[in-house]
Design a protein. Sequence first.
Length: 136
Amino acid sequence: MDLHEFRDAARTAVAASVAPYGYTLTVWTSGAVLTHARGIPTTVDALLFMGGAVAGFGSVGFAVFGGFRARLAGEARPTLWSGIHAASIALAIGAAALVAHLVRNVGAWPLTGFAVTVIYLCAVAFQLALSRDRGP
């Protein structure tokens, strides 16, 4: 393998990791913020967090596609800077901190999962839309 082959492979790895990388950081960090404030989650708490996240994903998807049977299609070639999700992750962490401190019951788990998913997806969409307007 030469440097050119490695660079091509690394580009593929980075491009394929953009969405999972950002959402993984969002879920892990927001879950850590909530865990710090509310304590170690029970299995039910974890399932509630997951349920909230699934509901958030489904809500955004339904809103933008107009239903659950729509075919998914994404931007084929986003810019690299649009994959640096610092702002979207920070907004989601802020939402997790806010929910953790305002909701003092089990409802904090699904609400955090829902809020961080919706905020992350919408912030990333905004960033992708900005990258389209900027050109190469």
